[in-house]
Write a protein that binds this ligand. Structure first.
Ligand code: COA
Length: 443
């Protein structure tokens, strides 16, 4: 049976009560990347809409970034770990075939022992799958009044010299999800009742188990994305959903920023058929500038962060768009290669003061450092080395060189098949001192 629109009625008081991001400390401008590699910079800036690419330090992975985003959320929003009864980490760049990233995060964030903790994987769709599961867990009554923590974390990585390399990025987004929040804690309420889903088995993007890098059939992937968007939007409209033109803002999963414009063109193509009237070119460009462009800010500065992409768009909207206020209705489109996609809506809950200074996107961008192409390649090499078994030794712990000063969590390599992490600034200083003094003691 083909469900045109899912008909479950959700509690209307499921709220995202906090959202914080983690952005890597280093970035490489696309212009510099293009010039160094012999590409016309306009291809990346005008053609793909990119500006800067976030680069992770070799001591960072999906675990450390998720922990940093979670710490930010707890510290800046004032949550208590005991508030949470569910942790779902959405990632497509996890670090183990069996052990979830969530197990590490459960410990690092001191979550209670009766908090469920697991990962959810479906390419870039994972976080939307996790958010809808969290909302369902709350609506079902299983939560017992506790909150869910959803963290999206990924490092987008392709072969050096491949077409996908220009769309790399990295970052994490943490969301606290609850119900019945006071008005002073309402950020946005996702609505998964009037939505539309599309799934199909396609080989547009994947990462084979033996590879650190993703494989992408880029042009085909864009086709699959637009096909899924078209199918979702048509189902959503046929099921009683409103025209995309009536939403205050539209947020898209962004493998690269220009994808948002391609997506709007697709929506307009379908909408003009349904409504029998088309927007003039100027009107469409104006619509895009006002209602879509603000949410592409993060992707332009960071690149693709896979699972967190559409929530980075939300973080961008909240931080960058000064007019975004309570009651604004938003349409979101989440796409995960492979593929699974969902068109759903959300409403903004409160005033700017609720999230001002607590999301962390602008703050993180303001303290980033620029990296040259040569160092970017060196970072990749060290990172690939750390991914091998028995790569840990005290002598290899970098004693501060290039390590971002704000990092609380660091991956140091494997020892007896276990991933070794530093989990606080104090621990980091302790080991840095040991390295400086030439000590060879082990963890
Ligand atoms: N000046 C201005 N624009 C230029 C240009 C120049 N000198 N050179 C190229 N362009 C434009 C192209 O016209 C194209 O725009 P269009 O799609 O609107 O026509 C765009 O820049 C990209 O050029 P293209 O030749 O298609 O680039 P490519 O073959 O290197 O591939 C991607 C681009 C996006 C397909 C590739 O980077 C990729 O595979 N990215 C990963 C996508 C992904 O992550 N998918 C999975 C998740 S959804």
């Amino acid at each position: 049976m083909n469900h045109i629109v899912e008909t479950v009625t959700f509690r209307s008081d499921v709220w995202v009560e906090g959202i914080s991001v983690y952005v890597p400390h280093y970035f490489m401008p696309h212009r510099e990347f293009a010039l160094t590699t012999g590409v016309d910079p306009d291809k990346y800036t005008a053609g793909l809409g990119c500006k800067n690419m976030a680069i992770t330090h070799p001591v960072e992975d999906a675990v450390t970034m998720a922990a940093e985003a979670g710490e930010n959320l707890f510290t800046w929003w004032g949550f208590d770990p005991d508030d949470f009864g569910l942790l779902i980490v959405a990632t497509e760049t996890g670090v183990d075939w069996a052990k979830p990233v969530a197990s590490y995060i459960h410990q690092f964030l001191s979550l209670p022992s009766d908090c469920r903790a697991f990962d959810l994987q479906h390419a870039c769709f994972g976080a939307t799958g996790a958010l809808s599961m969290a909302a369902g867990w709350i609506c079902s009554g299983m939560s017992g009044g506790r909150k869910a923590l959803v963290i999206a974390t990924d490092i987008a990585k392709y072969e050096v010299g491949s077409a996908g390399e220009a769309t790399q990025g990295a970052g994490a987004v943490a969301l606290a999800v609850g119900a019945g929040a006071e008005t002073t804690k309402r950020v946005f309420s996702p609505n998964f009742s009037l939505n539309a889903v599309y799934s199909q088995n396609v080989m547009d993007f994947w990462r084979p188990g033996y590879s650190q890098n993703a494989v992408v059939n880029g042009k085909y992937s864009i086709e699959c994305y637009l096909k899924a968007l078209g199918a979702c939007y048509t189902k959503y409209r046929m099921g009683g959903g409103r025209s995309y033109r009536q939403f205050s803002y539209l947020l898209f999963h962004l493998p690269f920023p220009k994808m948002a414009w391609k997506a709007v063109l697709k929506l307009e193509e379908i909408e003009s058929e349904i409504s029998g009237s088309a927007l003039a070119d100027g009107e469409l460009a104006d619509f895009y500038e006002k209602r879509v462009s603000p949410s592409t800010f993060g992707a332009r500065q960071i690149g693709n962060i896979y699972c967190g992409s559409v929530y980075l768009a939300m973080a961008s909207l909240l931080e960058v768009e000064k007019d975004c206020a309570a009651g604004e209705e938003i349409a979101l489109f989440s796409y995960g290669s492979g593929c699974c996609a969902e068109f759903f809506t959300a409403v903004i809950g409160g005033r700017r003061e609720i999230w001002e200074g607590k999301i962390g996107l602008l703050k993180a961008l303001s303290r980033r450092e620029r990296l040259d192409y040569k160092t970017y390649l060196e970072f990749r090499k060290v990172s690939d080395g750390l991914a091998h078994s028995e790569s840990f030794s005290v002598g290899r712990i970098p004693a501060g060189q290039h390590i971002p000063p704000e990092l609380r969590y660091m991956f140091l390599g494997y020892k007896r098949n276990r991933r070794m992490y530093i989990t606080s600034i104090a621990e980091r200083d302790y080991w840095s001192d040991k390295v400086r003094s030439g000590a060879q003691s082990q963890f």
